[in-house]
Design a protein around this ligand. Structure first.
Ligand SMILES: [Cu+2]
Length: 157
């Protein structure tokens, strides 16, 4: 390969990655919903949820891909400020399974799904306008003991 050919391919690969990078970004920006899977091994398949400011409403669909019952391996998805996560979890645990481990009318909770077991799905929708630009937001499962691994970041884009 001579110098010219090498440069040529290098330029092409930069152009290609710029094109595909932009394309991916455009797809993400257009989507006002996301599906997060939860498993029997106590994990979410997603570590970060990008929420476009341009969305009037944003929906998170939670899908439990396992088979275990919700008493044993139940999952939900709760959104709050990072700094509120621990108190929200503590109050959720007191509220119990009948409340999906979320304290009723908890103003620190921006959105949450019902607690579901294997094979079930649940959704929640919120307005991205409720997110303060300067705060850090997280999503997590409030089933007792799960949030230490079942958690991720909410990123406003
Ligand atoms: Cu869980």
């Amino acid at each position: 390969m001579n110098k010219y050919t090498h440069l040529h391919w290098h330029t092409l690969s930069i152009l290609a990655s710029a094109f595909f990078g932009l394309h991916q970004y455009a797809l993400a920006a257009d989507s006002c919903e996301v599906t997060v899977e939860a498993t029997d091994s106590m994990t979410f398949t997603t570590k970060e949820i990008a929420v476009p400011k341009s969305c009037k409403a944003f929906s998170i669909h939670l899908k439990h891909t396992g088979t275990m019952s919700k008493n044993i391996m139940g999952h939900n998805l709760v959104v709050s400020k990072q700094t509120d996560q621990q108190p929200v979890l503590q109050d959720g645990m007191k509220a119990g399974a009948s409340q999906s481990f979320v304290k009723p009318q908890d103003v620190r909770v921006l959105a949450f799904t019902a607690l579901i077991g294997g094979g079930e799905q649940a959704s929640t929708t919120f307005s991205p306008a409720k997110l303060e630009v300067t705060a850090n937001y997280v999503f997590f499962c409030s089933f007792p003991g799960h949030a230490s691994v079942m958690k991720g970041a909410i990123k406003l884009i």
